[in-house]
Design a protein around this ligand. Sequence first.
Ligand code: GLN
Length: 485
Amino acid sequence: MHNKSVAELSKELESGKISSLELTQQFLDRLKREDGKYNSFITISDEQALAEAESADEMRAAGKATVWTGVPFAHKDIFCTNGVRTSCGSKMLENFVPPYDATVTEKFKAAGAVCLGKTNMDEFAMGSSNESSFFGAVTNPWGLSNGEKRVPGGSSGGSAAAVAARLVPAATGTDTGGSIRQPAALCGITGLKPTYGRVSRYGMIAFASSLDQGGPMARSAEDAALMMNVMAGFDPKDSTCIDRDVPDYTATLNEPLKGLKIGLPKEYFSEQLSPAMEEQVRNAVREYEKLGATVKEVSLPNAKLAIAAYYVIAPAEASANLSRFDGVRYGYRCADPKDLMDMYTRTRAEGFGNEVKRRILVGSYALSAGYFDAYYLKAQKVRRLIQQDFINAFKEVDVLMSPVTPSPAFIQGEKTTDPVSMYLEDVFTIAINLAGIPAMSVPAGFVDGLPVGLQIIGDYFSEARLLNAAHQFQQVTDWHQREPQ
Ligand code: GLN
């Protein structure tokens, strides 16, 4: 069962060959047996999962089943789950049990899906390797058979590793600068960062509010489409969520790609990209030509400024968002504070890890009087230019294609002492968040036995077209079905 897709599991349940309770038990047993190798889960919520499975079976018996009813999956530990610990990978929230559900959580519950637990992540979603988690690093299932411990990418590294290792067929992720696409690429799975405002952020712990977006991580585009059917849509509880109809994302998966206009941004095929990676990406683009697409070069002249702008804007927003973690209402509080100031300072010094502190320091500095205009305001202007580059490109082409990462999964510890080298992991993904447009990572080959991702970037609200393009590619290739040994 663990090798089946969401769509296939759904059919098994529908046929009555297996109940959700049996299926959930099988997945839980396997998860507990296998996850010691990966550390992809922070919390396994067996009790709740079995209860959800029971209600799913009742829902089915009552003729009220959806595609998701009884199907196991997992949430990144950034989505609040009522009654189940939500840590965001931090000591600060090590014991935080939310009294409410995120909108995304609520929607999966309403569809009857069974959440097995909460996946590991970089602390407060800050990172590209899942090594900043208070709950320990996650190991990529790829490379492990050679005794290599490689990173799964981050920050949604637990979700990516769990899906790649067949512990769950699908998991939620979030993407502020690349955190769905980069781990999806490094673990050989399919991930989609939707348009900013397509998926509600309510109950999704905030990192950089103008960039954060939840999205699907699964093995195939078809399963990602099934997740989007649940996740997308307006939510009055999120003021930046956009009120716009949600299509059935599975309905257009089989549209032919004849005449699709693909643009290759020349700035994304630069010297940062290793030749072996470039070859895989170009081979993938050639598959699209065989499917009837046309290809031309385009330019995103301001793309090179994206990392610099992001590392002002994201930390600035993070420094404001994370000021709520002060030991007063919830979360970690230091022992025996002398007075209020001592409590604030020691709580934050002890509760946050180094990367989070670095972001708070950088962000507070960029926002402080005297520096605001030079850094924050300037970065916002650059952001507008980057957005305009994409708007111009989509006047000429339907989608853009590029690599997701400059290189495949690296060895644990390789970049932890050099934050800038870690930040450069997102050199091809970050501009997309600044512009607010959607993009996918699709498995597209291997370099040295490690997965390579193809990035497909679309105009605002073009998720259906991206999923269609990815699905058609997955009909003629089998990269997404390769399994780590
Ligand atoms: N790696 C980027 C960062 O560290 C992006 C993380 C994310 O998308 N959440 O900020």
